[in-house]
Design a protein around this ligand. Structure first.
Ligand code: NAP
Length: 487
């Protein structure tokens, strides 16, 4: 066990080896900043793609947009890449940019506190290791803490209990009686392959969601050739960028995009579900766009299989071997699969982060997580969040928000280095004004019209950026020095 006295000091410590941590690592190297480590609690690289290895997992945006702009991937085999392909892409990037020696896997950070005199973050891990860093980058993202359903008897269930975000690759689903709780993006992906293996599958739906066709296809030799030509790869990426930005218009009432998306979703439902009663139960009760739209060609057909039942009666409790619903019905099961999403509101709550004057991030975020452009937090100098509050997107690839945030953080590091200061802290009044303006824009928006992981129980939308991607990119193009206090 190393003590604080012999702690190693790095320029930067990155927490989390998902897409944003990897992007930060690569860009640090590109900027000539080689003194960093990535601390990752899992046994492998991948972040959410490491955790979410459930059957059928794939990205829900076209793969050319789910690759770094600086590293197009000619190896995608289809437009909507699978989780294993994305992991392979990440491993390839880590090797190509020399990131592997910086990775510390199986390393769980428990606490970090900022020493203003030294201008250093002191970081401790579960194994007792201590590190110091000038800059602390938290890139764990909002989709890292699995949320189990708050339903009575969950602990009484004696069969196999799985959460989609902590999938047990050894789980055998063949010939089993299975319950899937949830019908969000994740459930829509895992229900079809589970239905193909299960003896009986009960899908428990609390809220029906909007489902659109997924324009998926295998990539052929021409696609792979184009992906190797930088200009062609950039054009394909730009095409999908524009298509998805157009989709953002669909979140605003009265737009042509919205009318087209509503018509497409209704036609998809009619085409794929012949039974009007089942179709009615799968018709969303909230406005399109309020939750993440599901793109799937096989979810509805899976629900019409003879061994699959859609249950819309609310679950009352679990017993040792069954699910009991509020209407008194009971279904015996061997396996319970919870596709119930993530705790997105309690960001970074599993570790104690202490900033200036002994104030913790938990205290600062008592009323919900807030940051400046989702990246810096007043009172926590030299801390940079990736995928921080209000930087999520409901319409496009999250990498389009990660890359500008990474550039912004590195620009801040360069400013400090050039000026010879120890730390920079965003002015509280600047952060407050920024968040008041954000929340004013979000008020009355489509995202306030249903319950989702974008919002807190209080109704505050803490996950999403309200505008188009270009607006975020422009806003964080360069840090405005007047927004910060330097020490
Ligand atoms: P989610 O969207 O939060 O969905 C959770 C589901 O569980 C919902 O259907 C929810 O019902 C249900 N649920 C939660 N608690 C419940 C309870 N106590 N009783 C009954 N039902 C309950 O989570 P997710 O599907 O894991 O997706 C989260 C996000 O991850 C997505 O929005 C997307 O951004 C991302 N994702 C991306 C991909 C990809 O790109 N490959 C794949 C999967 C997920 P209610 O709707 O009624 O709350």
């Amino acid at each position: 066990m190393s003590s604080e006295a012999d702690a190693r000091t790095h320029d930067t410590v990155i927490l989390g080896a998902g897409m944003s941590g990897l992007c930060m690592a690569i860009q640090l190297k590109q900027a000539g900043r080689h003194d960093f480590v990535i601390l990752e609690q899992s046994a492998g690289l991948g972040g959410t793609w490491w955790d979410n290895r459930y059957p059928g997992a794939h990205v829900d945006v076209p793969a050319p947009l789910y690759s770094f702009s600086f590293a197009p991937n000619p190896r995608w085999t289809r437009r909507f890449a699978s989780a294993p392909e994305i992991q392979a892409y990440m491993r390839h990037c880590a090797a190509r940019y020399g990131i592997e020696p910086h990775l510390r896997l199986g390393c769980q950070v428990t606490a970090a506190h900022f020493d203003a005199d030294a201008g250093l973050w002191h970081i401790s891990t579960a194994s007792g290791r201590a590190l110091r860093a000038r800059f602390f980058v938290c890139s764990t993202g909002p989709l890292s803490q699995p949320r189990w359903p708050d339903i009575a008897g969950l602990d009484d269930f004696r069969g196999d209990k799985l959460h989609s975000a902590r999938w047990d690759a050894g789980a055998d689903l063949r010939g089993r009686r299975i319950a899937v709780v949830g019908t969000g993006s994740t459930a829509s992906q895992l229900v079809p392959p589970i239905a193909a293996q299960a003896a009986q599958l009960h899908v428990f739906q609390r809220t029906a969601n909007w489902v659109m066709p997924r324009p998926d296809r295998r990539y052929n030799a021409l696609d792979r050739t184009l992906a190797r030509l930088p200009l062609a790869a950039a054009l394909v990426r730009q095409f999908w960028y524009q298509v998805l930005e157009w989709g953002r218009r669909g979140f605003d009432e009265g737009t042509l995009a919205r009318r087209a998306m509503l018509a497409t979703a209704s036609a998809h439902r009619r085409r794929q579900i012949a039974d009007p009663a089942l179709r009615a139960r799968l018709t969303p009760p909230y406005p399109l766009g309020c939750k993440r739209i599901i793109y799937s060609n096989d979810f509805y057909p899976a629900l019409t299989q003879p061994n699959v039942e859609l249950v819309t009666a609310p679950i009352e409790r679990f017993t040792a071997d069954s699910v009991v619903c509020a209407d008194g019905s009971e279904r015996r099961i061997d396996t319970l699969v919870c596709a119930t999403g993530f705790d997105t509101v309690q960001l970074l709550s599993s570790l104690q982060i202490t900033g200036l004057n002994g104030r913790t991030l938990r205290q600062a975020w008592r009323d919900g997580p807030e940051a400046y452009h989702g990246i810096t937090v007043a009172g926590f100098p030299n801390l940079f969040l990736m995928l921080g509050p209000n930087t999520g997107t409901g319409h496009t690839s999250t990498l389009l928000y990660i890359e500008p945030a990474v550039r912004y953080a590195i620009a801040c590091m360069q400013v400090l280095q050039a000026g010879g200061q120890r730390w920079m802290n965003v002015r509280p009044e600047v952060m407050r004004a920024h968040n008041l303006a954000l929340q004013a824009r979000l008020e009355g928006s489509v995202w306030t019209q249903c319950r989702s992981w974008y919002r807190m129980d209080s109704g505050k939308v803490v996950a999403l950026f309200p505008g188009f991607t270009g607006e975020y990119r422009r806003a964080v193009a360069q840090p405005v020095l007047a927004d910060y206090v330097f020490g």
